[in-house]
Design a protein around this ligand. Structure first.
Ligand SMILES: [Zn+2]
Length: 398
């Protein structure tokens, strides 16, 4: 048995007054995040000094004594502190070159705040600090393990949810001795080096039509009109439905792969590429891939299997998996090709997945070319050295 963290999401139904207090929590946590993001930026520009979580947390304690910011006392102070933690994590990720520089949070984004402690369920109610009597919750499935912390969110459709993260005793899958490389595409979600393919779900295509139809309708509505808001809701509901169908499918596929293989090698996705893509179908498939990889990664972790990401500049499609020759003339249209050097015939994606596996195994054995992520870690470490030891500490436990 192994201890893992698992999240369970439920819809909650706050009363009128609770809705107001929730809005205050969303707002205050956003305010704290933005205030200290600004402060960190300014301090750096003025004195070339980097503030860390502890600097911010001490400052926040003083700040709350200011009469003008009395309203912050209404808010669970641990939620405000976790906003500072989020900011610190965002900085850490930026320094490790995993994300862009943290940006200010807007009230138009999805709203959320964290409750790090004192969360429980009693009589179909969610019990959290500052909310007397608890919030009504729809427990549509059983919670496993013990609740550690909670995140409350409000969707763009105006519904409230709580995600409960629990410590669960888990029995990992058996070892199979198998290794696999995965290539991804638009038509197929995953092409495995053992010959298995998982196609993208067809329902997505049908729903894409609905999204386009509703989007077109929305664009014709007058700004701020009630019919526009209604249309916006409709569009959000279609999006929510797609997300759920897609998630279920990705769960099914990722579980199967982790169950069948001990080593799983994939290509690192470029965040920049995701942002650049404007085509709807492509954008959605990219979002799916991100979720898919996240699922594979944490399920590998739960089941003590190895997950490895290879450099996205590695020529997985162009290289012959038989002899290593590189086909410089390969274009996106070429689905099949023959190696000029050894004569082997290749299916484009299948060949790529074989190369992805080979490269992944090289990285795991330490004989591969320095992977992209390793390089990032090296760069991040040299940045850390210029910071205070406390920052170093907080980066390590992120
Ligand atoms: Zn060859």
């Amino acid at each position: 048995m192994k201890t893992i963290f698992k999240s369970f999401k439920f819809r909650i139904y706050p009363g009128k007054e609770q809705e107001i207090l929730l809005a205050k929590h969303f707002g205050a946590c956003r305010f704290v995040f933005n205030h200290y993001l600004n402060k960190r930026k300014e301090t750096y520009l003025e004195d070339k000094k980097s503030l860390n979580y502890y600097d911010n947390a001490n400052d926040l304690t003083q700040f709350k004594k200011d009469e003008n910011f009395n309203w912050l006392k209404e808010i669970n102070s641990q939620s405000l502190q976790s906003s500072l933690r989020n900011l610190d994590t965002a900085y850490g990720k930026f320094f490790r070159k995993q994300t862009k520089f943290p940006r200010f949070k807007s009230k138009y984004d999805r709203q959320s705040f964290k409750i790090p402690q004192f969360v429980s369920i009693e009589n179909n109610k969610l019990i959290i600090p500052k909310f007397k009597g608890g919030i009504k919750i729809n427990l549509h499935r059983e919670i496993e393990g013990s609740v550690c912390f909670a995140t409350i969110s409000k969707s763009t459709t105006g519904n409230y949810f709580v995600s409960l993260t629990c410590e669960v005793q888990y029995q990992p899958y058996d070892k199979t001795g198998s290794e696999v490389g995965i290539d991804t595409g638009i038509k197929d979600l995953a092409i495995l080096s053992d010959g298995t393919t998982y196609e993208n779900i067809k329902t997505l295509k049908k729903n894409l039509k609905k999204v386009k139809f509703n989007q077109r309708k929305l664009s014709k509505k007058i700004k701020d009109s009630s019919s526009r808001n209604k249309q916006k809701q409709k569009l959000s509901i279609v999006h929510e439905k797609i997300t759920n169908v897609r998630k279920d499918y990705l769960h099914k596929v990722s579980t199967e792969i982790v169950k069948n293989h001990d080593i799983i090698s994939v290509e690192d996705l470029s965040v920049k590429n995701i942002m650049k893509n404007h085509k709807l179908a492509q954008a959605m498939s990219d979002v799916s891939l991100g979720t898919f990889y996240t699922m594979l990664e944490y399920k590998c972790d739960w089941n003590e299997k190895q997950f490895v990401k290879i450099d996205r500049f590695f020529p997985s499609s162009k290289m012959c998996s038989g002899c290593g020759w590189i086909n410089q003339d390969l274009t996106l249209k070429d689905r099949e090709w023959a190696c000029t050097s050894c004569g082997e015939k290749h299916d484009r994606d299948f060949n790529a997945s074989k190369n992805i596996l080979k490269q992944g195994l090289k990285i795991l054995s330490g004989s591969g070319i320095e992977s992209d992520t390793k390089q990032k870690q090296v760069e991040a470490l040299s940045l850390d050295e210029s910071m205070k030891p406390e920052t170093h500490q907080s980066l390590a436990d992120v």
